[in-house]
Design a protein around this ligand. Structure first.
Ligand code: BDR
Ligand code: CA
Length: 312
């Protein structure tokens, strides 16, 4: 079993990623850290707890980080995920005392210091990871692997012509993190996640299953579906974050290239990921950017793990 910390901003697709991770026998989710992104951290913490409760895994600790990106104010994505971050359809949940703790950055530092076999799957802005580096420069070098959902390579952005949300929210943190790793970060950019469409057929399948997890997924993705229809007149919804978890388990789902990444911090292209695929600057590679994905195999993996009882 691989020990992982999931750093996330739940978020509809973050919630699906958490479900996939918790239902995957290959993974031992030792902690969840919450960054600000789709929603402020207090809301993200509640949503992570909702998933733990759904899967009866309230034993996993949740730590929230700070609400502001490292050098700027937070811009959330509640237009995409709902005011409550999970589609505004779930009943209120009672959070037991101490189920959500402060100190995401402390937790990351302490856990990485004490262990050599912990990996990080980062599904939101990189604020918590960058703050950990600011306090302990070498800390991310202790992670076994770092997989991050963020950025865009050859596709257009989802916040501007060129910028993807996670990296657009806190570009300075992206640079701090990428400059302070000693192994390439394994990147799942929009180029591959855009192919992960939860189609009306898949949603109908979920509806027919009539079980609690399927209903949860069906219900929270409704808001996302409406958003996609309003924005681009497409059916279904793109679910970005679970691909990062699936890829962590099964890297052969994707393929890509080893190169160097930096993030634009100012101006109209803020948040754009500059990928030096031509090796103009002869910099040590700090990213393995995935550019292709087998989406059919992703959905097989997702449904088989989340609903093993339906596996034919
Ligand atoms: C990313 O932004 C968020 O809205 C999603 O949760 C995902 O992590 C996609 O750009
Ligand atoms: Ca996310």
């Amino acid at each position: 079993m691989k020990r992982i910390i999931i750093d996330c901003d739940p978020g509809i697709d973050d919630s699906l990623a958490l479900i996939l991770a918790l239902k995957s026998p290959e993974l031992d989710v030792i902690g969840i850290t919450i960054c600000a992104g789709n929603v402020p951290v207090e809301i993200g913490g509640v949503n992570a707890y909702r998933v733990l409760k759904l899967l009866k895994r309230e034993d996993i600790p949740i730590y929230v980080g700070d609400n502001n990106p490292i050098k700027r104010d937070l811009v959330t994505a509640q237009d995409t995920h709902g005011d409550d971050g999970v589609g505004d359809v779930l009943p209120e949940v009672i959070i037991p005392k101490d189920a959500i703790k402060l100190g995401a950055v402390d937790y990351l530092i302490k856990t990485l210091k004490e262990n050599e076999d912990v990996s990080i799957i980062a599904l939101g802005p990189m604020t918590n990871l960058a703050k950990a580096v600011e306090r302990e420069k070498e800390i991310l070098k202790r992670a076994e692997r770092i997989v991050s959902m963020g950025g865009a390579f050859r596709t257009n952005g989802n916040c501007s012509q060129v910028a993807e949300f996670n990296y657009w929210v806190d570009p300075e943190s992206v640079n701090i993190v990428f400059e302070n790793v000693d192994k390439p970060i394994e990147l799942i950019p929009l180029d591959v996640t855009r192919k992960i469409v939860l189609t009306p057929n898949y949603r109908e399948y979920l509806k027919q299953m009539k079980n609690e997890i399927a209903d949860f997924i069906y219900n929270i993705t409704g808001f996302y579906v409406d958003f996609h229809w309003m924005q681009e007149r497409t059916l279904g919804c793109v679910i970005n974050d679970p691909l990062a978890v699936a890829y962590f388990i099964e890297p052969s789902l994707c393929s890509g290239v080893l190169t160097h990444l930096e993030c634009v911090e100012n101006g109209r292209a803020i948040g754009q990921t500059l990928i030096d695929i031509g090796d103009f600057y002869r910099k040590t590679p700090n990213v393995f950017i995935n550019t292709e994905v087998d989406e059919k195999r992703f959905f097989e993996l997702f449904f088989h793990r989340v609903f093993p009882e339906n596996k034919k």
